[in-house]
Design a protein around this ligand. Structure first.
Ligand code: AMP
Ligand code: ZN
Length: 113
């Protein structure tokens, strides 16, 4: 299995888990870009946003619900936070297994870099 996030989901590689259920696993980003930087990852291996299909609609919605829950638990919901999902190389995608970045705990700039 060559996908690093599949290996993390399978617990073959260590991570700092935040939340887990039958469909998603959330863990702390190894190179945090903000005081809160958690990755919400579907257990299903989907390489990019472009590979999301109709059958994934509920899964994608569930990822947002999990992100909301973690934002509330980490105390950044009212202050504000950012959800980011990169697609392909110009966006900065480096891991080709989709993931939502939950970023917060500091003011965010716009436009993003
Ligand atoms: P992206 O560039 O959008 O594909 O995001 C990939 C993210 O995964 C980056 O923020 C990395 O810091 C993070 N990352 C890579 N390897 C690991 C790992 N082993 N554990 C936790 N986060 C990781
Ligand atoms: Zn994968």
């Amino acid at each position: 299995m060559s996908c690093i996030f599949c290996r993390i989901i399978e617990k073959r590689l260590s991570s700092r888990g935040v939340y887990e259920d039958d469909r998603v696993y959330a863990f702390e980003d190894i190179n945090p870009q903000a005081p809160v930087h958690t990755l919400i990852v579907p257990k299903k291996h989907i390489p990019t946003i472009l590979d999301v299909s109709e059958e994934d609609n509920e899964l994608i919605g569930h990822m947002f619900q999990v992100a909301n829950r973690i934002a509330i638990e980490k105390g950044i919901a009212d202050r504000g936070f950012r959800l980011v999902m990169n697609c392909n190389h110009e966006s900065g995608q480096t891991v080709f297994h989709i993931h939502l970045h939950l970023l917060g705990g500091r003011p965010m700039h716009w436009p993003p870099g």
